[in-house]
Design a protein around this ligand. Structure first.
Ligand code: ATP
Length: 254
């Protein structure tokens, strides 16, 4: 399992008119790892992800997923990956159980919706509508929908943006649990603390280019070895730790 690439991206380019959003990037994602695409807004992370997911056309380059080419074998790839739906896909009149049954029908697989909801700790919301969920619950539900077809790889595009610290930590735990079942996870984020905790390897993307790929540990060690020092000695905890300590980190309804 270790070090065998499940995604290969070679010299990928995406142009929107004259604008180059993805500028000749190459990387591999290994089976079973949590791989992070990190970078500021507009860096090209979503575009890259959507090309790998076969949802967007590329301008040039090669992309293979589990050995299949995005050009010729998109349907094979779709069977093997899990992608978060946009919120617009959650029909407003259906509750969570009904939505899962609907989506499993679209995938042509049979699932137990309550078992799926258990995976993301949402059994008690089985009769709720999507719009009635909190931000963290919405994200957890949308992660459940990525698991319906028992995919080999799931793609999570900024899954924790806008969430409070507890909801973020709950989601990290969920993502780690999913990985422990052998699923490969590709995640985009601009939260560096999140990447440091979650990701086995990260690629920094900026202006459509990859400017470095390594493990978080190596990146940090390399910077320290170069003589970098933080301006102020860090304390043993930060304000977020205080927040979590005072408010607890159990799953919340709100
Ligand atoms: P964010 O974190 O804001 O989602 P991102 O790294 O995911 O950023 P992308 O969404 O991939 O970035 O966008 C990369 C660049 O391509 C941006 O400058 C964006 O404006 C541009 N872009 C994205 N989609 C289109 C499109 N359909 N037509 C034209 N330009 C686009």
């Amino acid at each position: 399992m270790a070090n065998s690439p499940i995604i290969k991206v070679e010299n990928l380019v995406k142009q929107y008119g004259n604008f180059t959003a993805v500028n000749d990037i190459s990387f591999e994602v290994f089976e079973g790892e949590i791989f992070g695409l990190l970078g500021p807004n507009g860096a090209g992370k979503t575009t890259t992800l959507e090309i790998i997911e076969t949802l967007r056309d590329k301008t040039s380059g090669q992309v293979t997923v589990d050995g299949f080419s995005v050009d010729r074998e998109a349907s094979k790839i779709k069977q093997r990956i899990g992608v978060q739906l946009q919120a617009a896909g959650y029909y407003p009149n259906l509750n969570l159980t009904e939505l899962l049954v609907l989506f499993s029908g679209l995938y042509g697989v049979k699932i137990d919706p309550l078992e799926m909801l258990d995976k993301v700790s949402l059994r008690d919301k089985q009769k709720a509508k999507f719009k009635e969920l909190s931000g963290g619950q919405k994200q957890r539900f949308s992660i459940a929908t990525t698991l319906i077809n028992n995919p080999r790889i799931i793609f999570l595009d900024e899954p924790t943006t806008g969430l409070d610290p507890q909801a973020r930590r709950n989601l990290w735990e969920l993502i780690q649990n999913i990985r422990s079942t052998g699923t490969t996870i590709v995640i985009t984020t601009h939260y560096m603390d999140e990447a440091e905790i979650l990701c086995d390897r990260v690629a920094f993307v900026d202006g459509g280019r990859i400017i470095g790929i390594d493990t978080p540990d190596h990146f940090i060690d390399e910077l320290v070895a170069s003589g970098f020092e933080r301006p102020k000695q860090m304390k043993q905890a930060n304000l977020e730790d205080v927040f979590i300590a005072k408010t607890g980190k159990e799953l919340r309804a709100g």
